[in-house]
Design a protein around this ligand. Structure first.
Ligand SMILES: [Zn+2]
Length: 322
């Protein structure tokens, strides 16, 4: 499918998904975790009377331009509390848009301390580190956020947006199903190919609360929803997919499988040691997922924390340490 390119704002790619829905991507995010792609739902007869935005976290000057072109914007729905989904949401709020975010991560939008504690960074990193991380990504807090439970349906005028809990990625993480548009948005589930064939990291489960088992169920659920009820699939960091292309689901499962192989192999190479002698440090020192040895101290600390989470989850699943 060729989506009409409407990109009339420098720095953004704006693709027409259908007459009512646009998919927006910031071309050069200023820092690693500062932006994510999202959707603009234009006003429609017999539907939403004003523009609604779904999880479009882009830099403030671009938000202003979107508002000039497509506003006024009544509501904004955030999908979860990770930095690349919360950093700039405050800018939508200053334009008079009502901000909705899923429980419990709505709290991350209100106060950075909630982000620090909520994702248990506080067990490994000082708040000052998170402050620096937030600053680099342009984070500012919102003043008021309307919390919702994952799974809730929103009705904006007569238009329904169903949120779908995909909680393997985070405690609050939701996707969207737009029945009228036959569109499923899987948010940050882990399909992160910016173009066909271009590799990304895949599903992300670096925090304690993430679960690979839940991830696999979420991927199955997303696949069956897509194939049975939708024509189009969009997500936070990738290109647009049309039914019956199941690339995203194959890609995500393969990535998890590949990560398991990396850990299984590392275990075998550490095997000469007794099981009780193998520590998380041994795995971390091997730079299995991230080139930490090449990183400055700041990035090292953060990636080391995330990699610990990823490694621990695969150690638990490994048949070689049973
Ligand atoms: Zn995320």
């Amino acid at each position: 499918m060729d989506n009409l390119d409407l990109s009339n704002i420098d720095g953004l790619r704006i693709l027409k998904v259908n007459d009512n829905v646009l998919h927006v991507h910031q071309i050069k995010p200023p820092y690693y975790f500062s932006c994510c792609d999202g959707l603009i739902l234009l006003p429609r007869n017999g539907g939403n009377q004003k523009t609604v935005i779904l999880d479009l976290n882009i830099e403030p000057h671009l938000i202003n331009q979107i508002n000039d072109l497509y506003g006024p914007i009544s509501d904004y729905v955030c999908t979860h509390g990770h930095m690349d989904h919360i950093a700039h949401v405050h800018q939508w709020e200053t334009l008079g848009t009502k901000i909705h975010a899923p429980i419990p991560e709505h709290a991350c939008l209100l106060d950075l301390h909630n982000f620090h504690k909520g994702f248990q960074f506080n067990e490994a990193l000082d708040f000052s580190m998170i402050q620096k991380f937030a600053e680099l990504n342009g984070y500012n807090n919102c003043k008021e956020v309307h919390p919702f439970n994952p799974g809730k349906s929103f009705f904006f005028d007569d238009f329904e947006i169903k949120t779908i809990p995909f909680l393997g990625h985070s405690k609050a993480h939701v996707g969207f199903f737009l029945q009228q548009d036959k569109l499923i948005h899987i948010s940050c589930l882990g399909f992160d190919q910016i173009k066909p064939g271009v590799d990304g990291f895949g599903p992300w489960y670096g925090f304690n609360e993430c679960s690979i088992n839940q991830y696999l169920k979420d991927i199955d659920l997303a696949q069956s929803l897509f194939l049975k009820q939708a024509n189009i699939l969009t997500s936070s960091h990738s290109y647009i997919i049309e039914n019956p292309d199941i690339t995203p689901f194959l890609y995500m499962r393969e990535k998890i499988e590949k990560n398991q192989k990396i850990i299984d192999q590392a275990i075998l190479s550490l095997k000469p040691l007794k099981k009780s002698e193998i520590s998380l440090e041994d795995f971390l020192n091997m730079d299995l997922f991230f080139p930490k040895k090449k990183m400055d101290k700041f990035r090292y600390e953060i990636y080391n924390y995330w990699e610990s989470g990823i490694i621990s989850k695969h150690i638990e699943r490994s048949k070689f340490l049973k």
